[in-house]
Design a protein around this ligand. Structure first.
Ligand SMILES: C[S@@+](CC[C@H](N)C(=O)[O-])C[C@H]1O[C@@H](n2cnc3c(N)ncnc32)[C@H](O)[C@@H]1O
Length: 215
C-alpha cells in the first residue's frame, strides 16, 4: 500500500509540478490565524509539516514569523521541487510511518494527509505525532468531511472509505469520528471549511480543519 501510494505521488509531482499552485492553502491561513489569536510567540516556536509536498505552506509559515520550520514528505519529486522553490527551508525525504524523528515540535501541521490513510493507520500515526509534540503543543490537521461531494459520489469500499472519480481512496470524517479518533489522545476543536482546486478539473472540497492540543 505504501509503495503504491508513494508511486502515485511521484507521478503526480513529476507530471504536474506545483499541483495546487504556489500560493499557500486555506488551511495554512487558518492555522496562522489561530496561532495569532492564541498570541503565542511564533519566533520561539518550531513547526513540522508532515506530508509537506513541495513546501507551499512551509514558505507561508516562515513568511508569518515562524523561524524554525521543517517538512517531511515521502516523494522524491516533491522534495526536489521544494528544494528548488524554497532552498532555505529544511525538508527531508521520509515516510511518516517509519521515519525516526529525533526532535520534538511545538506545532505539527498535516494538510490533506491523514485522510489518505486507513482509520487504523491514522491512529498509529497520531500516536507517533503525539509523542513528538511538546507539552501543550498543537497539531493542525485537515481531513475530508462526509459532507464532501467525493463521499456522496464516489465508490464506497468500506465504512466511510470511498474511491473518488480521480481514483483516490480516502477516509471521510463526521463529528463523532473526529471525537473518537483524535479526541482519544488530544483536546480537540474543529470547523468545516470549503476549498477549491484546479488540478485534474475544477472542484471543491468540504474539509474539517481540526485543532488538537496535547495536554
Ligand atoms: C494531498 S498532498 C498534500 C501536500 C501538502 N500538504 C500541500 O497541501 O501542499 C499529500 C502529500 O503527502 C505525501 N505523503 C503521502 N503519504 C505519505 C507518507 N506515508 N509519509 C510522508 N508523506 C506522505 C504525498 O507525497 C503528498 O505530498
Amino acid at each position: 500500500m505504501n509503495d503504491k501510494n508513494r508511486k502515485y505521488w511521484e507521478l503526480k509531482f513529476k507530471n504536474k509540478k506545483s499541483v495546487w499552485g504556489n500560493k499557500q492553502s486555506r488551511a495554512a491561513e487558518l492555522t496562522v490565524l489561530d496561532l495569532k489569536e492564541r498570541k503565542v510567540d511564533l519566533e520561539r516556536f518550531t513547526l513540522l509539516d508532515v506530508g509537506c509536498g513541495y513546501g507551499r505552506d512551509l514558505a507561508y509559515f516562515v513568511k508569518n514569523g515562524i523561524k524554525q520550520v521543517m517538512g517531511i514528505d515521502h516523494s522524491k519529486e516533491a522534495i526536489k521541487l521544494a528544494k528548488k522553490l524554497h532552498p532555505q527551508i529544511s525538508i527531508v525525504e521520509g515516510d511518516v510511518e517509519n521515519y525516526q524523528f529525533v526532535e520534538k515540535y511545538d506545532i505539527i501541521y498535516c494538510n490533506f494527509l491523514l485522510h489518505l490513510f486507513s482509520f487504523k493507520k491514522t491512529k498509529t500515526v497520531l500516536e507517533k505525532l503525539y509523542y513528538i509534540l511538546n507539552d501543550m503543543g498543537l497539531l493542525y490537521t485537515i481531513v475530508s468531511s462526509e459532507k464532501d461531494d467525493d463521499y456522496k459520489q464516489g465508490i464506497k469500499i468500506g465504512p466511510d472509505v470511498v474511491k473518488n472519480s480521480r481514483g483516490i481512496v480516502k477516509t471521510f470524517y463526521s463529528d463523532s469520528r473526529i471525537n473518537n479518533i483524535y479526541g482519544s489522545l488530544f483536546k480537540v476543536g474543529y470547523i468545516l471549511f470549503e476549498e477549491e482546486h484546479d488540478h485534474d478539473n475544477r472542484h471543491k472540497h468540504l474539509n474539517y480543519f481540526i485543532i488538537c492540543q496535547k495536554s
